[in-house]
Every structure is written in structure tokens, then in C-alpha cells.
Design a protein around this ligand. Structure first.
Ligand SMILES: [Zn+2]
Length: 165
């Protein structure tokens, strides 16, 4: 009986993880390639031989990703307009979104190297606070310091997952 409970729990967790990945993929696929000006330009460059197939693919994904992040930013502003996010919450989440955007290339590399799909940005020192690779800002209080969200240690992420490491 216990054995089956474990198996069912593992199955449910895997389904959850797959659903999350599909969700992002779905957003990227939602961009209508025929109506998007930038995608049309990229396709023209590919047809003329100026872009390789691999370059076309990377640039399309990159462009769609940018559209997706813009949408997320718009969502945050709308929720703020409806009073569902305070000024501070809006600022904090926009800041988080920009970090995700800025570190994208490093994040892709880090995810491949470590297999940790929850990494969304590099570790950052903000003076009194530090940003974990999971995107959450933490206070620098107490020791040893671990992220309040993913429990990674501050020292570990700065040693291995910061800029220039
Ligand atoms: Zn974390």
C-alpha cells in the first residue's frame, strides 16, 4: 500500500513539472508567425541565405521569448491597476522580470550545465540584500544564509552561479 502511495506521489509531481514546461512552450507557440513583422523579416533573411537555419531558430525563439516577457510585464501593470498589486509589489516583480530577461543567456547555459530548471537569473549582491538564482531577493541576516525560497546557500550561489564564474 505504502509503495503505491509513493508511486502515485512521484507520478503527480512529474505531471506537474511537465505541465509547467508545456505552459512556457505554449506561450512561445502562441505567437502567430505569419502576422509577426519581426518573424517575417527573419524568414526573409533565412530565404535569402543570410541566416542559417540554426540561427533562424535561435533568433525566433529569442524574439518570442521577448514578446512573452513583455506580456508578463503588461499583466503585472494590469493587476496593479486593479489594485491587486501594491506599488512596492509591482516594483519588486518588475525588477525580478528584468533580472530574468538580462541574464537569459547565462541562465540557459547554467540550466544545461546543472540540470536545474528552477534557475531564472544569476546570483546578485544588492548591498543589504542578495538575489538567489531562483529569482527571489533575500535579506543578509543571520548565518549560514540560505534562500528563503529554494534553500540554496548564499555562499554556494555566489561561488558558482554569479557573473563571471
Ligand atoms: Zn533561491
Amino acid at each position: 500500500m505504502f509503495f503505491w502511495i509513493i508511486i502515485i506521489a512521484i507520478l503527480m509531481l512529474s505531471i506537474g513539472a511537465v505541465a509547467k514546461v508545456n505552459d512556457i512552450q505554449k506561450h512561445l507557440e502562441e505567437v502567430d508567425e505569419n502576422r509577426d513583422e519581426t518573424i517575417r523579416k527573419l524568414n526573409d533573411l533565412y530565404k535569402s541565405g543570410l541566416l542559417k537555419k540554426s540561427e533562424l531558430k535561435v533568433k525566433k525563439t529569442e524574439h518570442k521569448r521577448k514578446i512573452y516577457l513583455d506580456q508578463l510585464s503588461e499583466h503585472l501593470h494590469k493587476l496593479h491597476g486593479q489594485g491587486l498589486l501594491t506599488d512596492d509589489e509591482l516594483d519588486e516583480k518588475l525588477e525580478q522580470l528584468h533580472r530574468i530577461h538580462d541574464d537569459h543567456e547565462d541562465v540557459v547555459k547554467l540550466r544545461q550545465e546543472t540540470g536545474n530548471e528552477d534557475i531564472v537569473c544569476l546570483a546578485k549582491d544588492l548591498g543589504d540584500e542578495w538575489v538567489c538564482v531562483c529569482g527571489v531577493k533575500n535579506d543578509k541576516t543571520g548565518y549560514p544564509i540560505n534562500c528563503t525560497n529554494c534553500n540554496r546557500s548564499q555562499q554556494f550561489v555566489f561561488n558558482y552561479y554569479a557573473k563571471g564564474k
